[in-house]
Design a protein. Structure first.
Length: 235
């Protein structure tokens, strides 16, 4: 099986999972952490090099304050609980997004998790936190502009490879496969520069129900695709 080097996941459906069971939305989020644990483990076992998961979008700050508070506390709890296992499984933790917007306690726990796993050499687990694809591009444009003010010759040298260096994701390759759970057919401002030629896999399975078998099905579907990148297939 050809395993994608980099998989991105839009983890959707926690709220609907809870609603179907007559539970508060927050219970869906808590159940979703179990799926996250299992998929991180599965990606490590399969030899995936990079896994980016859409944990909290820039737009999610607009959710009810109580839900946002719960999500931030749940993130702290999960990192604190999982970091020893990440080290055991040789997983290195990273984070992308406007991290300055995170509550102080959440930010500190994220940075501690990154620091504690920095020497690991297996799966790179990238948390997209307070992340938006458009914001990523705007932020990159600002950074490039500051450099161009100091050195105007950079403007004529600007190309895609140069601009990529200013994105939050600059240390990582673009995803080959994007998985969206919950059945919605949109990318929701996730890595919009980086997924220009990613294969999209959408499943009706809600995130708390997404398991290793579901991941294997997504990868199998990926392997059935013909990736031409705008070109024609060679004879």
């Amino acid at each position: 099986m050809n395993v994608p080097k980099h998989i991105g996941i839009i983890m959707d459906g926690n709220g609907r999972w809870a609603k179907k069971r007559g539970l508060p939305r927050v219970m869906g989020h808590r159940k979703g952490t179990e799926a996250t644990h299992n998929i991180v483990e599965a990606c490590g076992e399969l030899g995936v090099s990079y896994l980016t998961i859409y944990v909290f979008s820039a737009e999610n700050w607009g959710r009810p304050e109580s839900e946002v508070k719960f999500l931030m506390e749940l993130l702290v709890e999960m990192i604190h609980k999982e970091v020893d296992l990440l080290n055991k499984n040789n997983v290195q933790l990273h984070a992308i997004g406007d991290l300055a917007k995170l509550p102080e306690s959440t930010y500190i726990e994220v940075i501690k998790g990154i620091e504690r796993t920095k020497d690991n050499s297996g799966l790179n687990l990238i948390l997209a936190l307070s992340y938006g694809g458009r914001d990523d591009i705007v932020n990159a444009a600002k950074l490039f502009t500051r450099d161009a003010v100091k050195d105007p010759s950079l403007i004529d040298k600007l190309d895609e490879d140069t601009f990529r260096k200013y994105l939050y994701t600059s240390p990582y390759p673009d995803p080959e496969l994007i998985i969206r759970t919950g059945g919605e057919k949109r990318i929701s401002n996730f890595l919009i520069w980086q997924i220009a030629y990613s294969e999209l896999y959408i499943t009706d399975t809600l995130w708390p129900d997404f398991n290793k078998d579901c991941l294997a099905e997504a990868i199998e579907d990926f392997n059935s695709r013909e990736r031409r990148f705008g070109k024609v297939q060679k004879p």
